[in-house]
Design a protein around this ligand. Sequence first.
Ligand code: ZN
Length: 81
Amino acid sequence: MPAIHYDAPAWAERAEVNPGDILIADGDFTCIDAGTRLTVERDLHSPDLYVRCSEGKHYLDGQLDDQGRYVGLFPPEHAPC
Ligand SMILES: [Zn+2]
Protein backbone atom coordinates (compact mmCIF):
# COMPACT_ATOMS: atom_id res chain seq x y z
CA MET A 1 0.00 0.00 0.00
CA PRO A 2 1.36 3.41 -0.85
CA ALA A 3 1.53 5.83 2.02
CA ILE A 4 -1.21 8.40 2.14
CA HIS A 5 0.11 11.31 0.19
CA TYR A 6 -0.97 14.89 0.08
CA ASP A 7 -0.28 16.79 -3.08
CA ALA A 8 2.37 19.39 -2.47
CA PRO A 9 0.76 22.78 -2.05
CA ALA A 10 1.21 25.05 -5.03
CA TRP A 11 3.30 27.60 -3.22
CA ALA A 12 4.39 30.70 -5.04
CA GLU A 13 7.69 30.31 -6.87
CA ARG A 14 10.36 32.86 -6.06
CA ALA A 15 11.24 33.18 -9.73
CA GLU A 16 7.67 34.19 -10.57
CA VAL A 17 6.97 36.69 -7.80
CA ASN A 18 7.48 40.40 -8.41
CA PRO A 19 6.66 43.60 -6.56
CA GLY A 20 2.98 44.42 -7.01
CA ASP A 21 1.94 40.79 -7.22
CA ILE A 22 -0.80 39.45 -4.98
CA LEU A 23 -0.17 36.41 -2.78
CA ILE A 24 -2.63 34.60 -0.52
CA ALA A 25 -1.53 33.52 2.96
CA ASP A 26 -2.30 30.09 4.30
CA GLY A 27 -3.17 29.49 7.95
CA ASP A 28 0.28 28.89 9.38
CA PHE A 29 1.33 32.46 10.02
CA THR A 30 1.11 33.90 13.51
CA CYS A 31 1.22 37.42 12.12
CA ILE A 32 -1.04 37.09 9.05
CA ASP A 33 -4.63 35.83 8.97
CA ALA A 34 -5.39 32.84 6.74
CA GLY A 35 -6.65 33.84 3.34
CA THR A 36 -5.30 37.37 3.52
CA ARG A 37 -4.51 38.91 0.14
CA LEU A 38 -1.03 40.39 0.36
CA THR A 39 0.66 42.77 -2.03
CA VAL A 40 4.33 42.03 -2.60
CA GLU A 41 6.46 45.09 -1.92
CA ARG A 42 10.12 46.04 -2.15
CA ASP A 43 11.98 49.00 -0.78
CA LEU A 44 13.93 51.22 -3.12
CA HIS A 45 17.48 50.02 -3.63
CA SER A 46 16.75 46.69 -1.95
CA PRO A 47 16.30 43.31 -3.60
CA ASP A 48 14.33 41.96 -0.65
CA LEU A 49 10.63 41.34 -1.20
CA TYR A 50 8.19 41.54 1.67
CA VAL A 51 4.51 41.66 2.50
CA ARG A 52 2.83 43.61 5.29
CA CYS A 53 1.96 41.67 8.41
CA SER A 54 0.82 42.54 11.91
CA GLU A 55 4.45 43.03 12.93
CA GLY A 56 5.48 45.19 10.02
CA LYS A 57 7.37 43.82 7.08
CA HIS A 58 7.40 40.09 6.54
CA TYR A 59 10.33 39.27 4.30
CA LEU A 60 9.63 36.54 1.78
CA ASP A 61 13.13 35.09 1.97
CA GLY A 62 12.18 33.76 5.40
CA GLN A 63 9.57 31.55 3.75
CA LEU A 64 11.83 30.03 1.10
CA ASP A 65 12.15 26.27 0.96
CA ASP A 66 14.98 24.38 -0.70
CA GLN A 67 13.12 24.42 -4.01
CA GLY A 68 12.82 28.18 -4.18
CA ARG A 69 9.19 28.33 -3.16
CA TYR A 70 7.59 30.63 -0.62
CA VAL A 71 6.05 28.24 1.89
CA GLY A 72 2.66 29.41 3.12
CA LEU A 73 2.02 31.80 0.25
CA PHE A 74 -0.10 30.91 -2.75
CA PRO A 75 -0.41 32.72 -6.04
CA PRO A 76 -4.09 33.73 -6.35
CA GLU A 77 -4.82 31.15 -9.03
CA HIS A 78 -3.71 28.37 -6.68
CA ALA A 79 -5.28 29.62 -3.49
CA PRO A 80 -7.31 26.87 -1.84
CA CYS A 81 -10.08 29.20 -0.80
ZN1 ZN B 1 5.15 38.65 9.93
